[in-house]
Design a protein around this ligand. Structure first.
Ligand SMILES: [Zn+2]
Length: 503
């Protein structure tokens, strides 16, 4: 903002367009504009339709597991140097520190072709759901001849399935949106501006860029399906597909972020799921149990480690990684095995073209050598997120924090009234499941709490202050407050630092 104020114009922000439901695109919004200005509509906050629900789903319900895995994908704990993190594939590291939050948009783009005039600037939108994000849009500014491609076209092959974990993206639809963008905006386009990476200047270069990005996604999609129909499984398909030179030789089509290999596997999964059809793969033993048996069948840890060393000397790093996993999962105290596994991961990392492959292998190597690094003062992201959520989204979130074993056999019904939102929500635990309803107005509740949402968030994040909060201004209740405690007793916090490379 300071750069733009200095070199472009020092003007107030009238509108913010968030192209898609990923945290690196909306999380820092409150650094630029205030939540009040968005709530009042003073600043237009424009998103594709479905943005808020998808952002909640990706970043709240699954937030914990995705953040831990994102730490690997982006090498967040790595040193930044020639043997550590040099990049995150989509450019230099783009995840800042600090707090992030999610605000509700006050203007949604409903359909492709929709236009909007912001302070005299005409914009045309294209909806591209289930491409790079479940809710995404691109936009075109006819008077400036600029096409903003969000992340559906970039100077890299993007992820059809991001290693941090997400819903698998629809590669066929993705290619289709690029084709549609050429039809809708291509003739008038002189500049293409992708997120994260640099612009493409010139009409002809821009069209070639969009066509070859489109064909990159379509080629890997079509060949994956083609080979699946021939009977290859996802690992075999990943080894088999090679891009034709006319696509492979463009720098912007390279495996810097997504890769042909993992995107082919993703497309297989998108259509066919994780199973390859062989019953031997259908109900495998869990990893620790299997590992113990493998090691026994290998002839013990020492023999297995000796053979792994020989394979390492021959440069068979992928094989070493696979075999050593069994030794480590059978005996996580085996330091020699962990160090050799780390050596193998590092070699794979250094051979990777993809920044995130490098980062995730190096992150694994680091944890094998040093263990899981738990920060001294972990950031509590819950407060920022919960205060931005609707009560319904909060109860959805709470329902996945329920420990099913603890909840079994318990029945509790509570009612929450949020007067400022005009919402009356029955929340009840039954059959091990937490439900919410806004239609069962007359059902009996053992405890009814009337509370502003901000105070409700405080109650959840600082339960030790419950008594003060319950007797504070604007809060009233009926029935037994200990019923709330009873309900809360089935909530289990997530583990932000779970083991990945060890059991
Ligand atoms: Zn992004």
């Amino acid at each position: 903002m300071n750069l733009s104020k200095k070199h472009v114009a020092d003007k107030p922000i009238l509108a913010v367009i968030v192209t898609h439901s990923h945290g690196d695109h909306y999380g820092g919004l409150q650094g630029l504009v205030s939540a009040e200005d968005i709530k009042s509509g003073k600043v237009k906050f424009i998103t594709p339709k479905g943005f808020y629900e998808e952002a909640v789903s990706e970043n709240v319900l699954l937030g914990n597991v995705m953040r831990r895995r994102a730490g690997y994908q982006f090498g967040l704990n790595l040193e930044r140097n020639s043997t550590g993190q040099v990049d995150v594939g989509l450019g230099k590291p783009f995840l800042g520190g600090g707090r992030s939050s999610l605000l509700q948009p006050n203007f949604e783009i409903e359909k492709t072709g929709q236009t909007l005039n912001i302070d005299g600037l005409e914009l045309v939108f294209q909806l591209t759901p289930n491409s790079e994000a479940p809710a995404e849009l691109t936009l075109f500014a006819p008077s400036k001849k600029v096409f903003f491609s969000a992340e559906i076209a970039s100077h890299t092959y993007h992820n059809v399935l991001t290693p941090r974990g997400a819903k698998t993206r629809d590669a066929k639809a993705w290619a289709g949106y690029l084709d549609e963008a050429i039809d809708l905006f291509g003739a008038k386009t002189e500049f293409i501006v992708p997120s994260h990476t640099w612009p493409v200047y010139g009409h002809d270069k821009g069209i070639t860029f969009l066509e070859k990005q489109r064909d990159l996604y379509k080629y890997v999609h079509d060949q994956t399906v083609h080979l699946a129909n021939k009977g290859l499984n996802k690992d075999e398909i990943a080894e088999e597909i090679k891009l034709p030179p006319e696509l492979a030789k463009e720098w912007y089509n390279r495996d810097f972020y997504g890769t042909v290999k993992h995107n082919a596997k993703a497309t297989y999964q998108f259509y066919l799921g994780w199973w390859d059809g062989n019953p031997a793969e259908y109900d495998k033993l869990p990893q620790v149990e299997a590992a113990k048996k493998y090691v026994e069948w290998f002839g013990g840890e020492e023999t297995a480690l000796k053979k792994a060393n020989e394979s390492y000397q021959k440069g068979e790093y992928r094989w070493v990684a696979e075999v050593l996993k069994h030794i480590i999962f059978a005996n996580p105290e085996n330091t020699a095995a962990k160090n050799l596994q780390a050596d193998a991961f590092e070699q794979i990392a250094y051979q990777s073209e993809s920044g995130i492959w490098r980062d995730l292998y190096l992150a694994g190597a680091k944890e094998l050598r040093e263990g899981v690094i738990v920060p001294k003062n972990p950031v509590n992201r819950a407060t920022g997120f919960l205060s931005a959520l609707t009560p319904e989204a909060i109860f959805d979130y709470l329902s996945v924090t329920v420990d099913g074993n603890k909840a079994a056999g318990k029945e509790v019904a509570l009612r929450f009234i949020f007067p400022e939102l005009n919402k009356n929500i029955l929340v009840y635990l039954k059959n091990g499941v937490l439900h919410q309803s806004q239609t069962r107005i007359n059902d009996k509740a053992e405890f009814t709490l009337t509370i502003p949402k901000t105070k409700f968030v405080e109650l959840l994040t600082t339960p030790e202050n419950a008594k003060t909060l319950l007797f504070s201004d604007g809060v009233s209740f009926e029935g037994d407050p200990f019923k709330f405690k009873e309900l809360a007793s089935v909530f289990e916090p997530a583990n932000p630092y779970w083991n990945i490379v060890t059991p």
